[in-house]
Design a protein around this ligand. Sequence first.
Ligand SMILES: *[C@@H]1O[C@H](CO)[C@@H](O)[C@H](O)[C@H]1NC(C)=O
Ligand SMILES: *[C@@H]1O[C@H](CO)[C@@H](O)[C@H](O)[C@H]1NC(C)=O
Ligand SMILES: *[C@@H]1O[C@H](CO)[C@@H](O)[C@H](O)[C@H]1NC(C)=O
Ligand SMILES: *[C@@H]1O[C@H](CO)[C@@H](O)[C@H](O)[C@H]1NC(C)=O
Ligand SMILES: *[C@@H]1O[C@H](CO)[C@@H](O)[C@H](O)[C@H]1NC(C)=O
Length: 225
Amino acid sequence: MSILLFLVFFPLLSLGHTLEGCEDSSCNNDGPVIHFPFRLSHQPKHCGYDLGFELHCNNKKDTILELPSSVHLVVEKIDYVSQQIHLYDPEECIATKLPKLNLSQSNFTNDDYPTDLFNCSAPFSDNNYGYYLVPCLSSPGYQVHAVTSTSRLQYFLYGPCTKIHQYPYSHSTFGENKLQLNWLIPLCGNCEFKGMDCGFKNGTKLSETHCFNRTMTHKGTICMS
Ligand SMILES: *[C@@H]1O[C@H](CO)[C@@H](O)[C@H](O)[C@H]1NC(C)=O
Ligand SMILES: *[C@@H]1O[C@H](CO)[C@@H](O)[C@H](O)[C@H]1NC(C)=O
Ligand SMILES: *[C@@H]1O[C@H](CO)[C@@H](O)[C@H](O)[C@H]1NC(C)=O
Ligand SMILES: *[C@@H]1O[C@H](CO)[C@@H](O)[C@H](O)[C@H]1NC(C)=O
Ligand SMILES: *[C@@H]1O[C@H](CO)[C@@H](O)[C@H](O)[C@H]1NC(C)=O
């Protein structure tokens, strides 16, 4: 698979020199393809929408997004049509990172049902019936469970469990160490849906994005016209 990707990608990248550094890029051959509104930190500024969409590669060749305040998550997938980014915590305990995260200061949103974390002294079987075990927060004799805040299950948990906190992320985020976020601005999904590229047009207002015809040899962003 990675050999195939290499063969497919390499000629495209080397033909992309006319695009002034805005060609499709990635941190590794299997990694998510990065183009507008995202850019890698070494690419010119106009290749990405703004600072909030800047990605970088770490020394393990993971693609990293930094969210406020200093929460570094790995990008697993970028869905450019639905404008969704799939993230996970490389340290496999996103539950310790989320309390620091403040999405209102970022370019991303989520519309998850909030989740309550419970610290339980009696073991509950983890049957995925509306709640998740959070192993990385559990300690000997205590299990931490993530439960949707609106769930009736909550009533059964009071007693052997104490509520730790409520978080505005889905219970599966805690259980599966994955976070899915959307961006609303810039609106490029319509370009992507039509098989076109999205980017800034030279000579227009900086915040204005446009759809461009995708060039034959290169599936990347045309950042200028
Ligand atoms: C997040 O940031 C906003 C704007 O700076 C602030 O009003 C809000 O209180 C912060 N929320 C948390 C949970 O820190
Ligand atoms: C993205 O976030 C930055 C702050 O990190 C802010 O200045 C900018 O306006 C945001 N852009 C959008 C499109 O929300
Ligand atoms: C759960 O409760 C026990 C006993 O109070 C405590 O030692 C432990 O740190 C708690 N765990 C969490 C994640 O709050
Ligand atoms: C935008 O166009 C002007 C005039 O055609 C040119 O001088 C400038 O270098 C262009 N800017 C970029 C970022 O390409
Ligand atoms: C984009 O492609 C369409 C269909 O191939 C063509 O009609 C149109 O003129 C192209 N636009 C530009 C700006 O090249």
